[in-house]
Every structure is written in C-alpha cells, then in structure tokens.
Design a protein. Structure first.
Length: 324
C-alpha cells in the first residue's frame, strides 16, 4: 500500500493543493524563489496535507480554507525539516543534498524562518485565527519535545513515560494538528474535531514507533538513513528502553557503557541492535505500535462512513506497515 493509493478519494483536491502551495512558495526575491523551487521539486510524501484533506472530507467537505490549512501545516513541516538538518549537520534529505549543504546554514535557517512567517501571514490575511491557535500549540509542543529529548539524551535518562512524552510532542503533535485543522476547516462540529485530533495523535505515535523500529531493522537503501543511526546519536527509543528494563544488571551496565562511549557506541551499534532484538525490544515495540493503531481506528469509529474515512483507516495501517 502506497500513499498514492490511499489518497485516491482526494486525488483532484491534492492536485489543487499542490498548485496552491506552489503559488504560496513563490517570491520576488531571487534566492528565496530558487531555494523554494528546489524544495518543491523534492515533493516528499505530503502525508500531512493528505491528512488535512481526508479529515476535512470526513468532517463535512473540503473548501477554500482547507487548502490554506493544508498549506499552513506543510509550510511548518518543511521549515522544521530545514532547521533540523542545520541542527543535525545533515548533508542529505530524501536522497538529495539538504538546503544547508547547498546554500550553507545561514540561508537554510533564514529560509525556514521565511516559510514559518509565510504560513502565519497567510492565516492572518484570511482571518483564520483558529488555525493559528492550533498551529502555535503544535510549534510549542514540537520545540518542547525536541528540547526534552536533548536534555534526556545527555544524561541517558529516558524511561517509557518520557519516551512517549517526547514522541507525542515531537512527532504526533503535527499529525494530530493536521487532522484537527482539516476538521476545523470543514465544520464547527466539536465532536468530529476532537475525534480526528485524537486519531491523529495515535497515528503520530504509531508512526514514530515504527520509525524507531526501522532504525534497528530497516534497510538504509529504503529508509535513506543508516541502520543504528539513533544509537550512534545516543537516542534511546522504545525498543532499547524495553530491552534495558528486561536485561540482567550486568548486561544492562555493559550496554549503557557502550552508549556512553563515543568510540564503543559507533563500533558496537550492531551489537546493541542484536541485544535489543534478543531481549524482546523489537517485538514489544511492534505490539505497542499496533495498540496505537487500534486507538486511532477507535477514534474514527463514531464518524460517518465515507471513501475518505476508509482512506484514513488505510493510512492508519500504513503508518506501521511502511518500510521507509
């Protein structure tokens, strides 16, 4: 199952969104236009705009404000990716050179800022004040989640509750925002808005758990990231948290020592992957991801049946079935 198949009920609306987004990205400043053109050519999965459009259809129907909502979400998402690449010193994004690799950090940071401001101005121009509230909350949560992860990574002090707080804020916040903002654009029905927000939150958590599983099992040729990349960056995620909690004291101390040592962590990342698998971390994470899939499906259950609802249910299962 691919996103192209999932988005079939909104195929024409997604095409229109892409045109709207392209227009929003244009600028009279040559350098901005050049960088924006490069971003647009990369396209990406556009999962979040798809969620906005599907949610709007489920809640009442896509309208002009829905396209603005989808653009606002995609502008924020793109800006955060650009800023993340600067923070992480990443040279590649989706198999292509990152913005900071081509135009250096200063241009990348300013481009991210430009995209954020472009989104805010778009919402203000059309008096989409509710959109601004939802997006501002997402930005706050994403920043808090990122900073909490940095704090806990330094001390290697991440338990399961902290992990879920981090991924809820870092990843799930923007996916829940996508679903909620789509519903808000289509209908004043608070029940639909709340259910779609809850659905998005659960999708986001399942999606991130799958990402963390793929870091242990995925093929770098498919994911675009080296296997064990999180280990090398000292990021302790759910599979490893569970394995450490269920290992004997001596083994746990040995693995923690490897994580603390820059040299050993790089040399023994495969050993840590094997340890995580042996002590049930992968299996536990897979089961946990499935629990959040069910939570997402349950949140949708009271909403009326439609092709878009069926597509969103397919998206929910795609979140944990994907290999990239």
């Amino acid at each position: 199952m691919k996103l192209d198949e999932i988005s079939r009920p909104i195929e024409s609306e997604l095409a229109r969104f892409r045109e709207v987004f392209k227009q929003i990205m244009t600028s009279e400043v040559g350098l901005i236009d050049k960088v924006a053109g490069y971003i647009l050519r990369q396209k990406g999965k556009q999962a979040r705009p798809i969620l906005v459009l599907l949610s709007a259809n489920i809640a009442g129907g896509i309208n002009d404000s829905t396209y603005r909502a989808a653009a606002l979400v995609e502008l924020l998402h793109t800006a955060t990716l650009i800023h993340d690449d600067v923070v992480d010193n990443a040279d590649m994004r989706r198999g292509l050179p990152a913005i900071n690799a081509l135009w250096k950090n200063k241009v990348a940071v300013l481009m991210g800022d430009y995209l954020l401001s472009r989104g805010l101005l778009l919402a203000l121009k059309h008096k989409d004040h509710r959109f601004l509230e939802i997006i501002s909350d997402a930005v706050k949560r994403m920043s808090e989640g990122e900073l909490l992860q940095i704090e806990k990574t330094r001390s290697l002090d991440i338990d399961e509750a902290t992990y879920f707080k981090i991924i809820s804020d870092k990843t799930a916040s923007l996916i829940s925002t996508s679903c909620e903002i789509g519903a808000v654009s289509a209908s004043p029905d608070s029940h639909a808005q709340q259910k779609l927000r809850a659905c998005g939150e659960a999708i986001g958590i399942a999606f991130q758990i799958q990402d963390d599983i793929l870091d242990y099992l995925g093929k770098s040729s498919k994911t675009g990231k080296p296997v064990g990349g999180d280990i090398k960056e000292k990021k302790i995620t759910l599979p490893l948290i569970y394995a450490l909690e269920n290992a004997d004291t001596q083994k746990r101390k040995q693995i923690i020592a490897m994580l603390k040592s820059d040299k050993k962590r790089t040399l023994f990342s495969q050993e840590i992957v094997a340890f995580t698998t042996e002590y049930g971390g992968i299996e536990y994470a897979e089961k946990t991801a499935q629990k959040f899939v069910q939570k997402a499906l349950d949140a949708l259950s009271s909403l009326p049946a439609s092709p878009s609802k069926t597509a969103l249910e397919l998206f929910i299962n795609f979140a944990v079935a994907r290999q990239t």
